[in-house]
Design a binder for this molecule. Structure first.
Ligand code: VAH
Length: 316
């Protein structure tokens, strides 16, 4: 069967790289990039693009009617920091965007749906270290609340309607290709750009803030690995914990100094993102992903740092 894939939110930090990876596997003409904003040069000129607002169900219906997708990736969302600046839009986009896609996937018998969750579903009373797949989850950001509710809806549509919907709770994602989109973990991307252009960076998270992170190459590979897995192997239909590597701004700065010895890190106080980061886990137990579909990350902090600096240097 020829796969026909829609990627909604294709211009974002994940979408930009996911579209490229999917087009390599399935052919450029079989992966339709969809976003509310005009794509950058590469995406638009390497395959089909559609202007889509996931809150406009009639436009979405026309896109499903036109392409009859076999797979749909819904990446469009407001992230944690921007979500706190516009809570009602964050809830509307993250929740109703998902419900529109789940309903249309049922109507058009889409074989598989992918929807990203986040470690933001955990909250102040969740275990902080090696946070398990199942535990107390009391998110206190609109982003985290919408992702936790979205996980429940995904499992509901799987159990009630047999929809093959799959999901991963991403940690902070680090990449060099596309700009980050208003997240709390974005410091771990900005620090590399500033290390190269200024030799210094002022972090909005304090020195002790340890968060789970992952290099985008691992996140994309893991996402496609999950989507390619036999359905019978998928035991989690809410969303899989995904670990990666945990570090603080201080640890990251020390790794950068192995390449840029004079790099200096300072700290900005009273940033609202500090409270968000304080509510999240320090590290994640992703044993279910390892057991069910053989997940294994390839990038540790050292390898991630080398790859980020190498690629940004050739881009700057
Ligand atoms: C954010 N990058 O900071 C996202 C992510 C775990 C963090 O969900 O909002």
């Amino acid at each position: 069967m020829i796969e026909k894939i829609l990627v909604l939110g294709s211009n974002g930090q994940i979408g930009t790289e996911l579209v490229t990876a999917l087009r390599k596997s399935y052919g450029e003409s079989n992966v339709v990039a969809c976003d509310i904003r005009r794509p950058d040069y590469d995406i638009k000129n390497s395959g089909p693009f559609e202007f889509v607002n996931v809150l406009e169900k009639d436009i979405l219906n026309n896109i499903f009617q036109k392409y009859k997708p076999t797979q749909v990736y819904l990446l469009a969302a407001l992230l944690s920091a921007t979500g706190e600046q516009n809570p009602k839009l964050a809830w509307d986009l993250n929740m109703n965007g998902l419900l529109n896609i789940l309903d249309l996937a049922i109507t058009y018998k889409t074989a598989k749906v992918y929807w990203p969750s986040s470690i933001a579903v955990f909250g102040p009373n969740s275990p902080k270290d090696a946070t398990p797949q199942y535990c107390v989850m009391d998110p206190n950001t609109v982003y985290g609340i919408s992702k936790l509710a979205g996980e429940r809806w995904c499992e509901y549509y799987n159990q009630k309607f047999g929809l093959d919907v799959r999901s991963i709770r991403y940690p902070g994602l680090i990449s060099w290709k596309a700009a980050p989109g208003g997240g709390t973990t974005d410091y771990a991307i900005h620090i590399f750009h500033d290390a190269l252009t200024k030799g210094s960076y002022a972090s909005f998270l304090n020195a002790e803030t340890e968060l789970p992170m992952m290099y985008m190459d691992d996140a994309i590979r893991g996402t496609i690995q999950l989507m390619d897995a036999e359905s019978s192997k998928i035991s989690i239909r809410s969303s899989y914990n995904f670990g990666g590597v945990s570090f603080t701004p201080e640890v990251l700065a020390a790794e950068i100094r192995k390449h840029i010895p004079d790099f200096t890190l300072t700290y900005k106080d009273n940033d609202p993102r500090q409270a968000i980061a304080n509510s999240w886990p320090r590290s994640i137990d992703d044993s279910f992903a390892q057991k069910d579909w053989g997940w294994k990350p390839e990038f540790d902090l050292s390898k991630m740092t080398v790859d980020m600096l190498k690629n940004l240097q050739s881009n700057h």
